[in-house]
Design a protein around this ligand. Structure first.
Ligand code: F6P
Length: 364
């Protein structure tokens, strides 16, 4: 492989999120300015496995800054070193198809690639870097759970959407004197529930990092009733669990390298709180609404910065690195340092401490 970069590939892997198109645009426009061709890989690693890619022109990446989703498509099931193929008996067998990927990368004459994704995508990248492919990563996820970066793009938009939803349920909660439990995404980290919970002034915030006691939640609802606030808003992360209990699994997808899909905790909390308090309690699952819509201005700025710096890393030959933001500085870390890891909320997080100080209940 020559060290001169003439043609790069770009893919978006894992769950979609607002800002993906803004990164694609920033990478492609920077590349075009520098005379470098860009191949868009379709549907994440699936496009590399199945050899589906196309040249991205300036027209392809024009007018997409404000669009949610990804013009390239994505997949959260296609990790080349652990890819589900039919076993011929109605089941699946996890298979290493990296040889196929290396061959398609070489056939397309790619000099390097930008991979945009979360921990699963970076884990896939780390195993292809082992095979000599030249990758640079960009950290994406609404969950904000990637190691070594203070922020991932997409999170701010998801927090804004979740906050808006929590604000809106205040109306019915207060008119009908109900406990409203809203389930938020975030997998095994509580960033989305914590940040939107605080931003909306939720009375109770339940996150995976702090197993909760239902009686504490019930007491908070009753105490609010006593001093005249006849409703309670509970923001609960999908990965939250009662003390001594398990996380709620909604479905298991045998074809995905990470097969667990969480869900169901809000209904459990609402049902139990109603039993303990005799206050009418309802649950809402916000779901994929949190991944949709136009990115906020903050996410557009972050995605553009990340995209440009990813291209700069490629041109500087800093392969195997992920662009990150640490203490307001844009820098980079080795992709292997973040692969398969989860950044959870530390118990001394400043916002968590502030929320506790103003009386927010965390169920502990
Ligand atoms: O990682 C992003 C995310 O939206 C998580 O918050 C959620 O647990 C998961 O993806 C849902 O995945 P799917 O779209 O496969 O249901």
């Amino acid at each position: 492989m020559s060290n001169t970069i003439k043609r790069i590939g770009i893919l978006t892997g894992g769950g979609d999120c607002p800002g993906l198109n803004a990164v694609i645009r920033a990478v492609a426009k920077s590349a075009h300015e520098g005379g470098v061709e860009v191949m868009g890989i379709e549907d994440g690693y699936l496009g590399l496995i199945e050899n589906r890619m196309k040249l991205l022109t300036s027209a392809d990446v024009s007018g997409i800054l404000t669009h949610g989703g990804t013009i390239l498509g994505s997949s959260n099931k296609a990790n080349p070193s652990n890819y589900a193929l039919p076993d011929g008996k109605g089941g699946w067998v996890m298979t290493d198809v990296r040889d196929q990927v290396v061959s398609h990368y070489q056939q397309a004459k790619l000099d390097a690639m930008v991979v945009i994704g979360g921990d699963g995508t970076m884990s896939g990248a780390a195993k292809l870097i082992d095979r000599g492919l030249r990758f640079v990563g960009v950290p994406k996820t609404i969950d904000n759970d990637l190691m070594c970066t203070d922020i991932t793009f997409g999170h701010n938009t998801a927090v804004t959407t979740a906050t808006d939803a929590l604000d809106k349920v205040h109306t019915t909660a207060s008119s009908h004197h109900r406990v409203m439990v809203v389930e938020l995404m975030g997998r095994y980290a509580g960033w989305l529930a914590l940040n939107s919970g605080v931003a909306s002034g939720s009375d109770v915030i339940l996150i995976p990092e702090i197993p909760f006691d239902l009686q504490k939640v019930a007491d908070k609802c009753l105490q609010r009733n006593k001093y005249g606030k006849r409703f309670t808003i509970v923001a609960v992360g999908e990965g939250a669990k009662p003390i001594g209990g398990q996380q709620f699994v909604e479905r298991v997808d045998a074809t995905a390298p990470d097969p667990i899909r969480l869900g169901g905790i809000a209904k459990y909390v609402a049902d139990q709180v109603e039993k303990l308090t005799h206050l009418e309690s309802r649950s809402i699952v916000l779901g994929h609404v949190q991944r949709g819509g136009t990115p906020t201005a903050g996410d557009r700025m972050l995605a553009t910065t990340f995209g440009y710096h990813a291209f700069e890393l490629l041109m500087a030959g800093q392969f195997g690195h992920l662009v990150v933001q640490q203490k307001n500085e844009i820098t980079s870390v080795p992709i292997v340092d973040v692969a398969d890891k989860v950044r959870t909320v530390p118990l001394n997080d400043k916002l968590l401490l502030a929320a506790r100080a103003i009386g927010t209940c965390f169920g502990d």
